[in-house]
Design a protein around this ligand. Structure first.
Ligand SMILES: Nc1ncnc2c1ncn2[C@@H]1O[C@H](COP(=O)(O)OP(=O)(O)O)[C@@H](O)[C@H]1O
Ligand SMILES: [Mg+2]
Length: 148
């Protein structure tokens, strides 16, 4: 764990409808976490949450930003966008619920599993949403023991 002593920060602007760039943030994150020798399951959980948050900005928002901080004992990510917000948060959290556009569906998105997957793969997950935008705060703890 000694190599985890350093703290890293990633900042990315994420453009709306920029499907081609989708996955860039989570790929960059994966590279760093692997370099830090983080266990594969933790890398996977961090990257799933990152990818889904990143894609939601691309698919559903007017554009936004992702800030990621890697501490020795945890990952913290904030995905922030400038609207239009999530109309029905309760529905949005249900598996299979999606308002993805026809364009996004044609590209294979819109399975409605993003937010449920973020929740399942993080140790802390908060959504603040309104017409001005949506902010997701996510944390993954590195030092938790199996089964906790
Ligand atoms: N950043 C966002 N801005 C606006 N709406 C969002 C955002 N993220 C999610 N949503 C809403 O929540 C729904 C469920 O999201 P998700 O589970 O990721 O499924 P999907 O992206 O496949 O539609 C979306 O279809 C959309 O209606
Ligand atoms: Mg999604």
């Amino acid at each position: 764990m000694e190599r985890l002593a350093a703290s890293y920060r990633l900042d990315y602007d994420v453009r709306a409808r920029d499907y081609v760039s989708g996955g860039e943030v989570s790929s960059a994150l994966r590279a760093i976490l692997k370099q830090l020798s983080l266990p594969p399951d933790l890398v996977r959980r961090c990257c799933v949450a990152c990818y889904e948050a990143e894609m939601n900005i691309i698919i559903h928002s007017f554009g936004g930003h992702m800030s990621i901080e890697i501490f020795p004992d945890r990952l913290e990510m904030i995905a922030q966008d400038s609207g239009p917000g999530i109309e029905d948060l309760q529905k949005a959290m249900q598996e299979g619920y999606s308002t993805a556009s026809e364009e996004a569906r044609e590209m294979g998105f819109g399975a409605g599993m993003g937010l449920p997957n973020i929740k399942a793969n993080t140790d802390y997950f908060d959504i603040q949403t309104g017409k001005e935008g949506t902010t997701l705060t996510m944390k993954v703890l590195f030092l938790k023991k199996e089964g906790e």
